[in-house]
Design a protein around this ligand. Sequence first.
Ligand code: ADP
Length: 486
Amino acid sequence: MSLPSRISIAIGLVSSLLTGGLIALAQKPGSLLFKPGLFEIVVVSAAAGLVMGMIHLLFINRLNSEVKQLICHIESLSRSETRSCPQGVKWLMPVADQVDRMLSLMRAKMDQLIAQRRELDVQLRMVEAERRHGEAILNSITDAVIVTDAFNEVALANEAAARVLDFELDLAVRKPLDRVITDPTLIKLIKDTREGGNVSLRRHVEHRVRKAGNETAFDVSLACVSNGQEKHHGCEAAGVVTILRDVTREKEIAEMKSDFVSAVSHELRTPLSSIKAYMEMLVDGEAHDERTRGEFYNIIQAETNRLQRLIDNILNISRIESGVVKVQRENISLPGLIKEAIDVMQPQARAKSIMLVETHTPLFFQVFADKDMIYQAVMNLLGNAVKYTSPGGKVSVTLAVDESRRQVTVSVSDTGMGIPGDDLPHLFGKFYRVSEHKKVAKGTGLGLNLVKHIVETVHGGKVSVISELGKGSTFTFSLPLADVSR
Ligand code: ADP
């Protein structure tokens, strides 16, 4: 019920009470000097009603205008706008002032809260950006990184770790380590490191992981994270940072290098010992006749040549690789060069009863190349063909010219032992040897690498191989035809 209605009811009640009082007085015998009749009562009541009505009208109007002003005032305050409000009696103004003060306070508080919220939003965005940045850094590391906390739960990990250790990165965080990875050795290593708690110690362990039939060698580095609480025996580990670095290739290279060194030393020692032995026999006068002496000289010469070839191979590769090789290009006749190489290789082939033939086209053509280098490449291919072909086999050299592509191809085919398919992609790599062939013949794994360097790096040609295990191989290289106008 509104205030004016309540006041009206109150005024009505007061005038009714007055009228009622008058009637009561009139009824009471001897209580009044005069006895009011009905007319007087009606007049008095009407007068009282009139007076009350006037008071009511006056009061209600004032109250109404005052309340309206107050409402208008409060509305303008709450909307933070200045508008002209109707003027009235100022007795409600303290209320408006109070509301005004309260609103100002609330507005100030609100502004403060909005500012705080904005600041928090900025901080949140910064933290989020930092988190994403950290995550990006972690994921850009090619090594697998996995960080566990004091409860042996995964606190951090990167994509490489998820890939290597086969787990779902998004689901790993805050999960017990043994529910994330399955590798028992790694789980134990991390557990032992945490329990050991020596923060000043970084352990390095070699560990191999088998996945889809492939074995990968890792250098696992394990380090404790300190929680800062000093203990009398050291620092208690709050967690462990584990980094797995793939060292498979390094190991292979180290193995290849050591194989290479032993192969080279063996290769060097064999001709050297034979040179030494024949020299000693000559010095001691053990070669009694001219024919024997000639035989010894020939052996010494052949072994010296062999030594030189080996050393040349090593030096040539390193010179080509470092870009310091001197290339002397000229127009050379490839059929002539191949004939020369076959003639030199013939005794070796004959010694193994291998038929060595050339099937090149009788056409005269030239290539613009470094003669010695191409000769070396052909010799390496021929030498291999004879080396990896059993007695009674056949080695043939074919030359073909592709005029439209302005190139010449040289193919050396043999009926030898062939090469397993898995080895083919690695064959031209440095120090690479087919493991089954290591028992068959000595070698350094450098010959084909040199061929590739000579043909591709120096002459811009292409070298390739096709092979069938047990049936034989064909090595082909192509060179650009010489420009006859040159
Ligand atoms: P190597 O001194 O060992 O012969 P190469 O670089 O010349 O070194 O050859 C690399 C490897 O390629 C050899 O060890 C051998 O396993 C394989 N290979 C090369 N040529 C032949 C071939 N004609 N037949 C079969 N295997 C070959």
